[in-house]
Design a binder for this molecule. Structure first.
Ligand SMILES: [Zn+2]
Length: 497
């Protein structure tokens, strides 16, 4: 098969892309989907297991109520209908890490369906329609030992860990996303990013892509431009970062166009994403739904969530993150750029908490985005990991506004906060950073500066007030920065007028 890649811009001259995204979210329930085993991570392999999640004959599953609650809340947050009655289904296939030889999932009766999410892309809103959000269980994990790729080919032997088998998952499936054109890669990324924000705001999952709590499969097909058809799609599995989602779409668009330009057919298959090289490679031929021989799970009763309960859960939904951002921007009076920088620096919640602790919006933004972002960047850590709290930042700003310290001294206070030297007040006291307000000491320093710079003093006496800067600098130097520059200026002008 052809693997000629068509340059991205040329793809769009001849083809329309159709996107589809399937996102698996691992819920953060205390126990597994159908048994009481802890749904925790990092345990010794095969220790969080029981007859149910090991699929031993005769073991009977029971649905985890908390997982159903999380599924309904996700559905509601995605503007879905919540089923009045639905069932689990068996999805039959064999995999060594799936001990029952079927996965308990949902098929034609999902718990949530027909929703949408409005995605912001470069100032434009794209409505992504949600086909369904259904519940299922995770499989175990195979580890292929030996060989260079970590895949089964070339491995010496394989190990299976069933700790993950039975962890509750929600799979969120979009309808085909059409009409995005050149923006398709960005739309895919923005959708996954915004979905993650929503999941985090709901508090139903850790939603860390790098840890596999949130896994995105990216479907893509191309159709002749303007034809309104849907082409044959490929499904790139487990793309594990926002950036990779965008890159994978871009790559598949170029690859599909190459195949179609050569008059060949795109093979309906799953593909593997390679983070290092930025390409996809062929996985397995994609099974059709019929191949799984779905049938209703006979060991579980159907679910019929009471309407009152659903409405009660609707009341627990957090503010939609996109709407919240718009509200905060208006409240704080930030420009689009300021807001984007704040979000981009991962400082939105920190700025919000700092303002709640009493700082003004501009000062909260200033400290987090200049001083603290720079220090985090220098030490290669996350801004939230600096060890400086929103209360600390509000405290520093309060000291600046009270005239106890100035901006320059505040930087030394932050240095102390990062070093764990105590509260802002304690650091100011311990490091002796407070501005000297003793008029006698200030006056003496001003007199010294005038005596040491007679020519500058003469200029000021002649009315060249701008020259005062040199004297202020000399005084600040003598006071080791611990003076109020405004007061120093007043004292100089008083003496030389
Ligand atoms: Zn179990």
């Amino acid at each position: 098969m052809t693997t000629t890649l068509v340059p991205f811009e040329e793809v769009l001259e001849k083809y329309d892309p159709a996107l589809g995204l399937e996102v698996h979210v691992e819920l953060n329930t205390a126990t597994k989907m159908f048994c009481g085993c802890p749904a925790s991570f990092g345990e010794e392999p095969n220790t969080s297991v029981c007859p149910v999640c090991l699929g031993l004959p005769g073991a009977m599953p029971v649905v985890n109520g908390k997982a159903v609650e999380s599924a309904i809340r996700i559905g509601l947050a995605l503007n879905c209908e919540i089923a009045e009655w639905c069932r689990f289904a068996r999805k039959n296939y064999f995999y060594p890490d799936m001990p029952k030889n079927f996965q308990t999932s949902q098929y034609d009766e999902p718990i949530a369906f027909e929703g949408f999410m409005d995605v912001e892309v470069g100032g434009e809103t794209v409505r992504v329609e949600i086909e369904r959000a259904h519940m299922e269980e995770d499989t175990g994990k195979s580890l292929h030992v030996g060989g260079s790729t970590g895949r089964i080919h070339g491995a010496d032997y394989s190990l299976v860990d069933y700790n993950r088998a039975g962890i509750p998952l929600i799979e969120i499936v979009t309808k085909p996303i059409l009409g995005t054109g050149a923006k398709a890669p960005e739309v895919a990324r923005a959708y996954v990013q915004q979905l993650r924000n929503l999941i985090v705001a709901l508090g139903v999952s850790e939603a860390r892509m790098d840890q596999g709590n949130l896994r995105a499969d990216v479907n893509l097909s191309l159709a002749p431009k303007g034809s309104g058809l849907l082409g044959t799609r490929t499904e790139t599995k487990n793309v594990n970062s926002f950036r990779s989602v965008e890159r994978a779409v871009r790559f598949e668009m170029s690859r599909h166009a190459g195949v179609l330009d050569a008059q060949e057919s795109v093979l309906q298959e799953t593909r593997h994403w390679h983070e290092d090289t930025g390409i996809t490679t062929s996985g397995r031929e994609k099974s059709d739904a019929e191949d799984y021989r779905y049938f209703p799970e006979p060991d579980l009763v159907p679910m019929a969530p009471a309407r009152e309960w659903v409405e009660e859960l609707r009341g627990t939904l957090p503010e939609n993150p996109t709407q919240k951002r718009a509200r905060l921007q208006a409240e704080w009076g930030f420009s689009d750029l300021e807001m984007r920088d704040t979000v981009g620096a991962g400082a939105l919640d920190l700025v919000e908490a700092t303002i709640a602790a009493g700082a003004s919006p501009p000062s909260a933004r200033k400290w987090w985005l200049s001083e603290l972002a720079r220090r985090a960047n220098d030490s290669g850590i996350d801004i939230a990991g600096l060890g400086v709290t929103p209360v600390d930042v509000a405290g520093v700003q309060a000291l600046v506004e009270a005239g106890t310290i100035n901006d320059k001294l505040a930087r030394q206070v932050f240095e102390g906060l990062i070093a764990g030297e105590g509260t802002p007040e304690e650091i100011v006291a311990a490091r002796g950073l407070a501005i000297v307000s003793d008029e006698g000491a200030l006056g003496a320093a001003v007199d010294n500066a005038i005596a040491a710079n007679p020519d500058v003093a003469d200029k000021i006496r002649d009315g060249k007030v701008a020259a005062a800067g040199a004297l202020i600098g000399a005084v600040m130097k003598e006071m080791r920065g611990q003076a109020d520059a405004g007061r120093v200026r007043e004292l100089i002008l008083e003496r030389l007028s």
